[in-house]
Design a protein around this ligand. Structure first.
Ligand code: SAH
Length: 472
């Protein structure tokens, strides 16, 4: 090992920065973060350092660095552009056995400053031994993405219960087991997503019982509109931790396949001779799997709480006493808007947007049509494909202009996405001609017209034209 990594306690301890420039100010900032009392030695200081002095965060000794000045400090960092001064700082520190770092001069360092990933009290330090700061930075970026921000909460929480667990389990081995099993369960997701009260309850129940319950958990994960690149980092992370993935038809294979290879997959959109599993049975399945101690990823198209019956599933899971988390996904409207060039709101054209279910057998579809025809809004109908005609007809009957732009987006965000444009008056005919398949969204509003200005029309209208040729 080239260097011994250590974490140094600098709380209220004297630290010295030599230099008054930008780099020196950054080093002073770092020492302050660690709680040190920082002194700066420099004949002149620049803006950032000047502000730190003026606000009393650091003490300034306005002088040129010289022998004898490092005495009493626990740590010294030099960042001047004067070689001779830098060398003198290093030699002085070595003579007094004080840890010293000279910025950008590895040969004048008795310690190096690592790249840092910080999550509250949890700190990761990364070093390439001065070989390649860029590589360290690259790895740091990856770790930043990999370690959820909530790990700080988790670490705090574990720290708070350390004493209680120690008192409860006298033998060290028992304590280790307790924590290992605890950290293998729902505690991690609860704490990292900020549900601290629930996480605390879990620990307290386990302490009382003498061991963590063998409880699984359910994650309602939004898989987005289809393009796997539109998954959230959290969705991906949980998919890779799940023991079983329960998904429906809307979720493309490419996304289901992002789960761990060993994870069991259950397609509830195809069970029982290609019929969808009834909702109550899906609820029961989720509960049963979690009761077996499994981590269940319930993967749902778009966002779980937008026309996804995610609310019902969560209710059933929580009622069964099983921890449940929801991970939002990009809903079809947002995905299609981006992929088809229709901003859902626009200062000039739409001051609000409504997500409406188009799936109903009732004559008036149970919708408040008068509210839907109001000016300045975009309407997005989910599950409305079978009702295109009725939707357009009802909107016109309640006063919407027949030439109001409207579009159908088929398989939005996917490579074979198609967009069919028309007006309220023409859309039913467009649909008859082009026969869009499910899943498709219907978008009604002035914003449909923006597609052209945003450069989205050429290719898509060409594909619609191709189809009409094909139909003719
Ligand atoms: N929870 C989902 C919606 C489920 S309802 C979400 O937030 O997106 C199913 C309906 O969503 C489909 O009938 C269709 O109207 C719409 N939909 C889902 N994915 C779509 C896609 N890629 N392109 C167009 N519409 C889509």
């Amino acid at each position: 090992m080239e260097n011994l990594p250590i974490f140094m306690n600098l709380k209220d301890r004297p630290a010295l920065v030599v230099g008054g420039g930008t780099v020196a100010a950054r080093k002073a900032e770092l020492l302050l973060l660690a709680g040190a009392s920082v002194t700066v030695i420099a004949p002149r200081v620049r803006n950032e350092m000047r502000r730190m002095i003026d606000t009393g965060r650091v003490v300034w000794r306005e002088q040129v660095f010289g022998p004898g000045l490092v005495r009493g400090f626990r740590i010294v960092i030099a960042a001047t552009d004067n070689e001779a001064v830098n060398r003198l700082v290093f030699e002085e520190c070595e003579r007094h056995a004080i840890p010293v770092n000279v910025a950008d001069q590895p040969e004048l360092c008795s310690f190096i400053l690592p790249s840092i990933v910080e999550r509250g009290p949890l700190t990761l330090a990364l070093s390439t031994g001065g070989r390649s700061p860029i590589l360290a930075r690259l790895l740091k970026a990856r770790l930043e993405a990999l370690i959820p921000a909530g790990f700080g909460h988790l670490t705090e929480l574990l720290g708070r219960y350390r004493g209680a667990v120690k008192r409860r389990f006298a033998v060290q081995e028992a304590r280790r087991h307790f924590w290992e099993r605890m950290l293998d369960g729902p505690l991690v997701q609860l704490a990292t997503s900020g549900r601290i009260a629930q996480a605390e309850r879990l620990i307290e129940e386990a302490l009382e019982a003498g061991q963590p319950a063998a409880l699984g958990e359910v994650w309602l994960i939004g898989a987005g509109p289809g393009d796997a690149d539109l998954l959230t980092l959290k969705a991906l992370r949980l998919l890779q931790q799940a023991d079983v993935v329960v998904h429906d038809r809307l979720v493309p294979e490419a996304i289901v396949n992002l789960a761990r290879r060993e994870a069991e997959r259950i397609d509830v959109g195809k069970c029982m001779n290609r019929h969808t599993l009834p909702q109550e049975e899906i609820n029961r399945l989720l509960v049963d799997l979690a009761k077996q101690g499994k981590r269940v990823a319930r993967l749902k198209g778009g966002d779980p709480f937008i026309f996804g019956r995610g609310g019902e599933e969560m209710e059933a899971v929580i009622e069964a006493g099983i921890p449940c988390l929801a991970v939002p996904g990009i809903t079809a409207a947002a995905g299609c808007a981006a992929a088809a060039g229709m901003p859902l709101t626009h200062r000039d054209h739409a001051q609000s947007v409504r997500f409406v279910t188009g799936h109903t057998k009732k004559d008036d579809m149970g919708l408040d049509w008068r509210a839907l025809v109001a000016e300045g809004q975009t309407l997005v109908f989910y599950m409305g494909l079978a009702n295109v005609e009725r939707i357009c007809e009802r909107l016109m009957a309640h006063g919407m202009r027949p030439d109001m732009p409207a579009a159908i987006v088929e398989r939005g965000t996917l490579p074979d996405q198609r967009v069919f444009e028309g007006t309220l008056a023409s859309l039913p005919e467009v649909a008859r001609r082009t026969e869009p398949r499910s899943p498709s969204l219907i978008v009604v509003g002035e914003v449909v017209r923006l597609r052209e200005r945003l450069g989205f029309v050429e290719s898509t209208s060409a594909s619609a034209a191709d189809l009409s040729l094909f139909a003719a």
